[in-house]
Design a protein. Structure first.
Length: 368
């Protein structure tokens, strides 16, 4: 009887964690929506850089600090906020023999990802995959699925959160030619993934070695980003750029991918706060739209693959990327999402966007 009571208590804590995370995600999205409708204040970047350099903000203040980054126009994403808040809340729950701290932490991450994008299956498997590449704790699957679906329900039906609707993608006639093109697309996206990581590390290293230190370093960061984002070709990269998420499904604009890549690397490398998923969705889909014209792939299919596979490859979460594609674009091309993401996972090197990630012992690791 005591074991049953403990189980029900922990189940209640899991539901409470999911409700809290879904609520915080909805609050965060409402704030972002307000910011997007009121424009960006680039002139605030030097002041914000000063604040971020001078004040060691605790992790639980990630929502207001990310709002400030978006308000000032930094090119950052949104998923990092919800995933981090879910993880932080999960780690605060005391563990028990049946519900470990790691389980609550992963459930919180699943709830955050699911409620921020409206994709519960992808959210659950993102949390399950992200810690160790190629290894899933199957005992955590029920808790992550419950947390993801309930948090998404809370976001949609309690707070009436609206998510963008994407076009349904249909797979063309399967052929050897299509397989070759998918492989080439995977290698192309892997190259972009390597460029993304290398350019970000160069920016971080150069900024760390800057002779300017202390509060002035933050002002310098803001001035640099202000100068770059003021250049006309970077105007579309300001802020979340979510108004361009559907564009690569309808028209070809591969040059945007380069400018968004540089703007995001600068924003994060110079110390502004936010996630990387939405920028990578945009970079991958716009770059893949260009690939579609070069190799005669259907535009919408190529854009959808780029959308999920670049992020999934850098996050090292191929199952989550595949399920994200299924939930956003329909199940028809699931095999394409999986194969291309796996190519990006291994083609982009050992390190992805999560520095504390490790690889399962049985997996062959990239040499670079």
């Amino acid at each position: 009887m005591a074991r049953i009571k403990a189980f029900l208590l922990n189940l209640g804590l899991l539901v409470a964690l999911s409700f809290a995370t879904g609520s915080l995600s909805s609050l965060f999205l409402a704030g972002l929506d307000w910011i997007q409708h009121h424009g960006s204040y680039l002139y605030a970047l030097p002041l914000l850089g000063l604040v971020f350099q001078s004040v060691p903000f605790p992790a639980y203040l990630i929502i207001p600090t990310t709002w400030l980054s978006h308000l000032a126009g930094a090119s950052v994403g949104r998923e990092g906020v919800a995933v981090a808040m879910g993880r932080i809340l999960g780690e605060k729950i005391p563990e028990s023999p049946d519900f470990s701290k790691d389980l609550f932490s992963k459930a919180g991450m699943a709830a955050g990802f699911a409620s921020i994008f409206g994709t519960p299956l992808a959210g659950a498997f993102f949390a399950l995959e992200v810690g160790v590449v190629g290894k899933i704790n199957f005992h955590h699957i029920p808790a992550c699925l419950l947390a993801a679906f309930f948090a998404n329900y809370v976001s949609l039906h309690v707070y009436d959160t609206k998510h963008l609707s994407y076009p349904s993608i249909f797979l063309p006639t399967f052929s050897a030619s299509l397989c070759v093109k998918l492989a080439l697309l995977g290698l192309f996206l892997a190259l972009i993934a390597v460029m993304y990581k290398r350019s970000e590390s160069i920016i971080i290293s150069a900024f760390d070695k800057s002779p300017v230190q202390g509060p002035l370093k933050g002002i310098l960061a803001g001035l640099i980003l202000f100068g770059v984002l003021s250049i006309p070709v970077f105007h579309e990269t300001i802020g979340l750029s979510s108004e361009f998420l559907l564009r690569p499904f309808e028209e070809v604009a591969p040059d945007f991918a380069l400018w968004k890549l540089l703007a995001t690397n600068l924003s994060l490398g110079l110390g502004f706060k936010g996630g990387e998923a939405t920028p990578l969705f945009l970079i991958g889909s716009h770059a893949a739209s260009g690939f579609a014209t070069w190799f005669s792939l259907p535009l919408s299919l190529s854009a959808a693959i780029g959308f999920v596979s670049l992020y999934g490859g850098l996050a090292k979460t191929p199952l989550a990327a595949t399920l994200l594609g299924v939930e956003l674009f329909g199940p028809s091309a699931w095999f394409c999402y999986l194969i291309v993401t796996l190519i990006v996972v291994f083609g982009s090197g050992k390190k992805g966007i999560f520095s504390n990630q490790t690889w399962a012992d049985y997996l062959p690791k990239p040499r670079y």
